[in-house]
Design a protein around this ligand. Structure first.
Ligand code: HEC
Length: 244
C-alpha cells in the first residue's frame, strides 16, 4: 500500500506541501530538512557573532549590518556547505521551508536596524542568542516549526529546555556521547507526530568573553559568566518538525 505523508506549511499567502511516498522515506527526508534548517540558523547566529564588534561600535551610526548583507552571507555559506543555492527558484523541493527561515532571519535583522545603527551606545543587547530566539519566534509563525536555542544553565528563561531537551542535554554532556552527534527522534508533540532533532553546540574561543572564565564575573551584558572552556558543551539547537 502506498502511503503519503504530507507536510503542510503556510508561508505568507502560499501553502507549501511536501509529499513523501513512504513513511521510511518521509522520516529520512524530514531529517534532511531538519538538518538544513538547523544549519541555516547556526550560520545566521555565526554571522551575528562574527560582527559583534561592529554591532557594538559606539562611534559609528550606519554599520552596514543590514538584512541584505546578512541574508547574502547566509545564502553564500549555506551554498558552500550544502551545495544548495537558495537564490535559484525551487532549487530543491524543500526550498520554501529554507526560504521561510531565511526570511525570518531577514525580518529579525531588519527590525533591529534602529538599535544596531544607534550611535553613542556600545553594547545594545543584540547578539547571537537574541537573534536565534527572535528567528525562532518568527519562523514558528511562518511555518509551525518550532526552533530554539537552549542550554542546561540557561541565562534567559525563554531558552529553558523542556523535559525532553533537558534529558538530551544531559546525554550530550556525558563524555561517552560522540562529540557533535545530534539526537533525532520520531515522537509526539501537542498530540501530533513530529520529528525532534537536537543538535549540540560547543564553546568556541569567541564565546568565552561572555561565557568563559572566571566563572561568576560579569560579562559585557552584565550577566555572570559560566566559566566554560573551549570545547565544553554550550547548549543545543532544538527543532520540532510536524510530520503531518
Ligand atoms: C557578547 C556576549 C556573548 C557571546 C560572545 C556569546 N554569548 Fe551566548 N549568550 C549571551 C547572552 C546574553 C545570552 C542570553 C540571551 C537571551 O536569550 O536573552 C546567551 C545565551 C546563550 C545560549 C542559550 C541558553 C541561555 O543561556 O539562555 C547558548 C546555548 C549560548 N549563549 C551559547 C553561546 C556560544 C556557543 C557562543 C559562541 C559561539 C556564545 N554563546 C557567545 C551572551 C553571549
Amino acid at each position: 500500500m502506498r502511503r503519503q505523508v504530507l507536510m503542510m506549511m503556510a508561508v505568507g499567502m502560499t501553502t507549501i506541501s511536501l509529499a513523501w511516498s513512504t513513511p521510511a522515506r518521509a522520516a529520512n527526508e524530514a531529517e534532511v530538512v531538519a538538518g538544513h534548517l538547523i544549519e541555516l540558523v547556526k550560520i545566521g547566529s555565526m554571522v551575528v557573532s562574527e560582527h559583534q564588534a561592529t554591532i557594538n561600535d559606539a562611534t559609528k551610526a550606519e554599520k552596514g549590518f543590514t538584512a541584505d548583507f546578512v541574508v547574502d552571507q547566509i545564502m553564500e555559506r549555506f551554498k558552500r556547505q550544502t551545495e544548495i543555492d537558495l537564490r535559484i527558484p525551487n532549487v530543491v523541493p524543500q526550498a520554501n521551508y529554507y526560504l521561510a527561515l531565511v526570511e525570518a532571519e531577514r525580518d529579525v535583522v531588519d527590525e533591529a536596524q534602529p538599535i544596531i545603527n544607534r550611535q553613542g551606545v556600545g553594547f545594545k543587547g543584540f547578539l547571537h542568542a537574541v537573534f536565534a530566539r527572535r528567528v525562532g519566534e518568527h519562523f514558528y509563525k511562518k511555518s509551525g516549526v518550532r526552533m530554539k536555542l537552549t542550554g542546561v544553565n540557561y541565562r534567559n528563561p525563554n531558552n529553558k529546555p523542556d523535559d525532553f531537551e533537558e534529558e538530551v542535554l544531559r546525554m550530550f554532556s556525558d563524555p561517552r556521547h560522540p562529540k557533535g552527534q545530534s539526537y533525532v527522534r520520531n515522537t509526539v508533540f501537542d498530540g501530533r507526530p513530529v520529528l525532534r532533532v537536537i543538535d549540540p553546540e560547543y564553546a568556541a574561543a569567541s564565546c568565552l568573553s561572555c561565557h568563559g572564565a572566571p566563572k561568576g564575573e560579569r560579562d559585557i551584558t552584565g550577566i555572570k559568566k559560566e566559566g566554560w572552556k573551549e570545547g565544553d558543551l554550550a547548549g543545543a539547537v532544538s527543532l520540532v518538525l510536524p510530520l503531518k
